[in-house]
Write a protein that binds this ligand. Structure first.
Ligand SMILES: [Zn+2]
Ligand SMILES: [Zn+2]
Length: 246
């Protein structure tokens, strides 16, 4: 009670700036939900969650016309190296803004709230997390990691690993060249751009293991697919990928 009053007072003196719309807002007397400390109410409502049925390949919410096919229009022409991908949110609106803040503006403290969207999704849809042997965050190229100081995929992986008591392995694959930003590239260019950019390190025996690959966003699926390639070639059994948004 007293704490709520104090939080309310701090808000009056120092209203927060919403990380999505950049307007001032107050958290009121009920702060607590991890993301509510960073975004205003209207932006919270503007998080577009994916609802089933999901594409059995990339995890996007299916259009009615593709219900019977189980896969979305994009995936009917594509084969990925991972078995199946999932995302709690659609990559638009508030989530797009937050991911941008998270990655490029050093808002690493957003990891808790964003990771929670992923752990909630895993629980809500009963993803077979108990069969997962370990979690692998998609690695960054080393100079990029130095610039950014953290790998956003690794921060999200930590939240998931903690929640489900799994080990994270960061020495299984590495990114052996800098692929630059994919944002300006079209669908096919993205696949060509990342081709062969991940290497298996030979430090672990992953034969027969089930892996959960983590990244922040899945757009074309090229990065997650390419990161899965050396894992599959080295004997991994099932690879699921989960990203915050797609
Ligand atoms: Zn806002
Ligand atoms: Zn799809």
């Amino acid at each position: 009670m007293l704490r709520n009053i104090f939080n309310g007072l701090t808000d009056l003196i120092y209203p927060k700036t919403c990380l999505a719309c950049k307007k001032k807002f107050t958290t009121g007397n009920n702060p607590g939900k991890a993301l509510d400390n960073f975004i205003c109410g209207p932006c919270r409502k503007n998080i577009l969650v994916n609802l089933p049925p999901f594409c059995s390949s990339c995890g996007r919410q299916l259009d009615k016309k593709n219900y019977s096919k189980n896969t979305c229009g994009q995936c009917q022409r594509k084969i990925f190296h991972f078995d199946r991908a999932f995302s709690p949110c659609s990559y638009t609106g508030t989530i797009k803004e937050l991911i941008h803040e998270f990655k490029y503006r050093n808002k690493d403290h957003l990891a808790d709230g964003l990771g929670k969207l992923m752990t909630n999704f895993i629980k809500e849809y009963n993803l077979p997390i108990s069969y997962i042997d370990f979690i692998i965050p998609v690695p960054l190229y080393e100079t990029k990691l130095r610039e950014r100081e953290f790998n956003q995929a690794h921060l999200l992986a930590k939240i998931i690993a903690d929640e489900f008591n799994k080990d994270i392995l960061t020495d299984v694959i590495l990114r052996s060249r800098n692929t630059g930003t994919q944002t300006e590239l079209d669908h096919n260019q993205r696949f060509n751009n990342v081709k062969g950019c991940f290497t298996f390190t030979n430090k672990r025996d992953i034969r027969g293991k089930n892996i959960l690959l983590i990244d922040d966003v899945l757009t074309s699926g090229a990065t997650a697919s390419e990161a899965s390639r050396p894992l599959k070639e080295s004997g991994a059994n099932v690879i699921f990928a989960i990203t915050l948004a797609n």
